[in-house]
Ligand binder design. Structure first.
Ligand SMILES: Cc1cc2nc3c(=O)[nH]c(=O)nc-3n(C[C@H](O)[C@H](O)[C@H](O)COP(=O)(O)OP(=O)(O)OC[C@H]3O[C@@H](n4cnc5c(N)ncnc54)[C@H](O)[C@@H]3O)c2cc1C
Length: 451
């Protein structure tokens, strides 16, 4: 009998693991609680076109995505485009797309501008990132670029993104961000990012089709409620609202707090505690459909503590508005603790709360430009990479025999992202395939020994 593997979660990680298993002759069954696949990179409909609930792009260094698309024969859907990055500071939008823009960044003294430019180069030259694990992002950034650069450029970004955790964020997280963004530039120093024609959800759906074509199953609207575990701590399958699904192995891909609830009745308390050690931030995104463009910038970092969002991403300065029948798409993004007042606001209240801030930031903006609005919330949007993070990450194998783990928080030293979800999902798929093959060999030799 072909072994069967149940995969909890149909995000990029779960689907990539399933794809890897099919390529190794093992039948996966993916169980996704949401009504679509794609997880955090899932989408909704805008004028008949799929749009990410949360803004998404790839960097040119995201090779695992390109490789997957090659295998699916859809590589020609990946498009690379130059993008404009800016920074909002003291009531002005400053362009920060190229090295020349950095030299023209007047909020900093001329010396500090040079230090900012050099900081990016020095960050990219770091080879031994483990040495950064004992430094906070602040300590490292001040050391590299000086206090002035930190206070104007980095502090507001750190505080905007990590709120109460800003002082605990590891230098490794920031180093990796600088490396990624710096590495996604062309020869002139301008940023080039990648998108998928049809949106990220299309790639996830194509992957789900390929898994089904290869004999696997992908089910949506099917949440896993329980693990089925024998008395000797061997995982025998999963229980959903509809049925019990037997499996030779189970891979869990949701956020660690969700996995910890599933394993709690069966695993040692110390393990459950380990899964709860990494803090997560939630995210709320207000998505506006406008009848015209807000600005010419794709990615605007907000370094103004009076503005409640950390970034304004005008998606249609990346993927043309024509894709969405002329609608201009703007995301207002905020990372925050899940118990924040802003996270609990109703969709309409969040819109009303945001409009005066938008009017202040873009004086030409009028609320009548808004044709529709949507609000998306993710409870586990960003694991917080704190000091000594490598010691906090749980392994792919678990104390429960037959249960494996591949979750966003295990991506390290890189930060979460679909590219790494694919890499880690495939690795987990390969690990499970090896474990099952070894086990079936062991079983065969036990059988032959007993004859
Ligand atoms: C605001 C924001 C912006 C981002 N921007 C980018 C970007 O520009 N580029 C990029 O590459 N990445 C970006 N990311 C990150 C990227 O979306 C994630 O890293 C990636 O999608 C994680 O995939 P995953 O499969 O590991 O996890 P998830 O996508 O979280 O998938 C886990 C899945 O498990 C399901 N699940 C949970 N519990 C159960 C259960 N009990 N039973 C069954 N299913 C369950 C969930 O519904 C979910 O679909 C962004 C994320 C956010 C929040």
């Amino acid at each position: 009998m072909t072994p069967r593997v149940a995969i909890i979660g149909g995000g990029y990680g779960g689907l990539a693991a399933a794809w890897e298993l099919t390529r190794r002759g093992i039948t996966p069954i993916v169980l996704e609680s949401d009504d679509t696949v794609g997880g955090l990179a899932g989408s909704f409909d805008v004028n008949g076109e799929r749009l990410e609930r949360f803004y998404h792009h790839w960097f040119t260094s995201d090779t695992h995505v390109a490789e997957l698309a090659r295998e699916l024969g859809t590589e020609d859907r990946i498009v690379y485009r130059a993008t404009r990055t800016g920074l909002y500071f003291a009531n002005h939008v400053f362009r920060l797309s190229s090295p020349l823009d950095v030299l023209r960044f007047t909020p900093l003294s001329p010396l500090a501008r040079v230090r900012l430019g050099l900081l990016a180069l020095r960050a990219r030259a770091v080879r031994h990132w483990l040495a950064l694990e004992t430094l906070t992002a602040e300590e490292w950034l001040v050391r590299l670029g000086g206090r002035e650069v930190f206070d104007v450029v980095w502090r507001p970004l750190l505080e905007g993104k990590f709120g109460p955790y800003a002082g605990e964020v590891s230098a490794v997280w920031f180093w990796n961000k600088l490396k990624l963004r710096g590495g996604s530039r062309n020869n002139g120093g301008s940023e080039s990012l990648a998108y998928y024609r049809g949106g990220f959800a299309t790639l996830a759906e194509q992957l789900a089709h390929a898994i089904r074509d290869a004999g696997g199953e992908v089910r949506t609207n099917e949440a896993v409620r329980k693990l089925l575990v024998s008395d000797d701590a061997r995982v025998l399958g999963v229980r959903t609202d509809r049925e019990s699904i037997p499996a030779d192995a189970v891979l869990a891909t949701p956020a660690l707090p969700i996995v910890s609830d599933l394993v709690q009745p069966h695993a040692p308390a110390a393990y459950v505690k380990q899964l709860r050690r990494i803090p997560y931030l939630a995210n709320v995104c207000l998505v506006l459909e406008l009848d015209r463009s807000l600005s010419d910038t794709y990615w605007l970092n907000v370094n103004d503590p009076g503005f409640p969002f950390v970034g304004i991403i005008e998606h249609t300065n990346f993927e043309p508005a024509a894709t969405y029948a002329g609608r201009h798409i703007v995301y207002l993004s905020k990372y925050l603790p899940a118990d924040s007042e802003m996270y609990a606001m109703s969709d309409d209240a969040l819109l009303e709360f945001s409009i005066p801030h938008l009017e202040r930031m873009f004086p030409q903006f009028e609320r009548r430009w808004i044709q529709a609005h949507h609000v998306w919330r993710a409870r586990y949007a960003q694991p917080v990479v704190v000091l000594g993070y490598s010691a906090l990450i749980p392994a792919t194998t678990t104390p429960l025999n037959g249960l494996f783990l591949s979750s966003m928080a295990q991506v390290y030293p890189e930060d979460r992202g679909t590219n790494y979800a694919i890499r880690e999902g495939r690795r987990a798929g390969a690990t499970i395939a090896r474990a099952l093959t070894t086990r079936s060999h062991a079983t065969l030799s036990e059988v032959s020994a007993s004859r």
